[in-house]
Ligand binder design. Structure first.
Ligand code: MAN
Length: 349
C-alpha cells in the first residue's frame, strides 16, 4: 500500500545539483531535508553528505577539525589494514573507533512551487565544536511562536545526539547545544504547546534493554526536558521491526496529533507509517498504522548509496494536502503528495 503520489518519477534534487562546501570534497548524497514556509516560499534544509575523492582499496573520509585551514581533516586507511572493517556503506570502524564515510552539513534550497528548488551555493549550517566533528544531519524545522526551531543529529566520535538551534530568518542562527544526550536522534518539536508545555518526540537507543523506540518529552522552556514516556516500540516481524523515528513536526488535526514516522525492518528497508496521538495528552496513542503508508517503489528509491529507503523529516501541509520531501536510497531527494484525510482513514481501518 502506498498513499503518496510522487510529484515526479525522478528525484527533485540530486548530488550534482549541489556545489561542494570547499575544494577537496565532493557531494556524495543530498537527502533528508527539513521543510518549512518562510516569506511565501518553500524552504528545505538539505542534508548534504560530502567526501574526499575516493581511491580504490582505501577508506577515505573527512572529519571537521577547527585547527585545519579549511576546517576539515582527511582520514584514510588502507583496506588491507586488519584494524579497519566496513560496517555498511555509511560507516567503517578503525580500531574500535567508528567513522562515517561522509561528512554532512545543512544547506538551504528555495522554491516558489514546491517542486523546483534553487540550492544556495554555500553551506547554511555546519557542525561546530566537539560534538559535531562528524557533522550535522536530518534537521526537523518547527515554526513555534514566530521562530523556527531546528532539531538535528549532532555526530562525532563521541556520540550521536540531538542538537537544537533556532532562527527567526534562516540567516542568523542561535545554537542551544545538545537537547538530548546520546544515543539519540530523530527529534521533532511540536508546533504548539500542550498543557502549557513544549513537547518533543525523539528516538533514544537502548542497548541490551529496549531498542530504537519513539519517546515523548515535555519542557517549560525548550531547554530542560522531562516527563519522558515511550510512545512507540518496534514490532517484531513487521516493516518497523528494528527502528522507528518521527518524520517532520506532528500535525494538528481535529482528532489529535497526526505523527508520520519511519520504520526499518531487518533488511534495513525504510518505509513510512503514522500514529495518532491524543490532542491534550499526546503521550496517549490512539491509533497506529498496521501497514506502511509509503514504501520504496521507484528506481531511485530502490537503488542508490543505501538501497530501499524512503525517509522523511520534512513536510508542508496545506489544508488536507500534505507534501512530503524525502531522502531516497540515502542519495537523492524526492517529493510526494498525500491526503491527511486518507492517512487518518487508513489509521481507522
Ligand atoms: C546511521 C545512518 C547514517 C548516519 C549515522 C549517524 O549510520 O543514519 O546516515 O550518518 O547513523 O547519525
Amino acid at each position: 500500500m502506498d498513499l503518496f503520489e510522487r510529484l515526479d518519477t525522478k528525484p527533485i534534487l540530486m548530488p550534482a545539483d549541489v556545489p561542494p562546501s570547499r575544494a577537496g570534497l565532493n557531494v556524495r548524497c543530498v537527502i533528508n531535508p527539513g521543510a518549512f514556509v518562510y516569506q511565501r516560499r518553500i524552504g528545505l534544509l538539505l542534508r548534504v553528505c560530502e567526501q574526499p575523492p575516493q581511491e580504490k582499496d582505501w577508506f577515505i573520509t573527512a572529519v571537521r577539525d577547527a585547527e585545519q585551514p579549511n576546517g576539515i581533516r582527511v582520514v584514510r586507511f588502507h583496506k588491507d589494514d586488519p584494524a579497519v572493517r566496513p560496517r555498511d556503506p555509511r560507516v567503517f570502524v578503525h580500531n574500535g573507533t567508528a567513522y562515517l564515510t561522509t561528512l554532512s552539513h545543512l544547506r538551504l534550497a528555495w522554491s516558489g512551487d514546491g517542486r523546483h528548488f534553487k540550492v544556495d551555493p554555500t553551506p547554511t549550517f555546519e557542525g561546530q565544536g566537539p560534538y559535531e566533528t562528524y557533522g550535522v544531519e536530518d534537521c526537523r524545522v518547527t515554526r513555534l511562536e514566530g521562530t523556527f526551531q531546528l532539531t538535528y543529529t549532532s555526530v562525532s566520535n563521541m556520540a550521536v545526539a540531538v542538537g537544537r538551534a533556532s532562527t527567526p530568518d534562516f540567516k542568523q542562527f542561535d545554537r542551544h547545544g545538545l537537547m538530548f544526550p546520546p544515543e539519540n536522534k530523530d527529534c521533532a518539536i511540536f508546533p504548539a504547546k500542550c498543557n502549557n508545555e513544549y513537547v518533543a518526540i525523539h528516538r533514544p537507543s537502548g542497548s541490551g534493554f529496549g531498542g530504537h523506540f519513539m519517546w515523548i518529552s515535555a519542557s517549560p522552556d525548550l531547554q530542560a526536558w522531562g516527563s519522558h514516556r515511550c510512545i512507540a516500540t518496534t514490532r517484531t516481524g513487521t516493516w518497523d521491526s528494528e527502528r522507528v523515528g518521527v518524520n517532520g513536526p506532528p500535525i494538528a488535526t481535529p482528532r489529535g496529533w497526526l505523527v508520520l514516522y519511519h520504520g526499518a525492518d531487518r533488511r534495513s528497508h525504510y518505509a513510512l507509517g503514522a500514529l495518532l496521538l491524543d490532542g491534550e495528552q499526546p503521550w496517549r496513542v490512539l491509533a497506529r498504522s498496521v501497514d506502511p503508508i509509503m514504501t520504496p517503489q521507484l528506481e531511485f528509491e530502490k537503488r542508490g548509496f543505501f538501497p530501499n529507503v524512503v525517509f522523511s523529516n520534512g513536510h508542508i501541509v496545506n489544508g488536507d494536502e500534505i507534501t512530503i520531501y524525502y531522502g531516497a536510497a540515502d542519495e537523492y531527494i524526492g517529493a510526494a503528495r498525500g491526503s491527511i484525510g486518507a492517512i487518518m482513514k487508513s489509521l481507522a481501518d
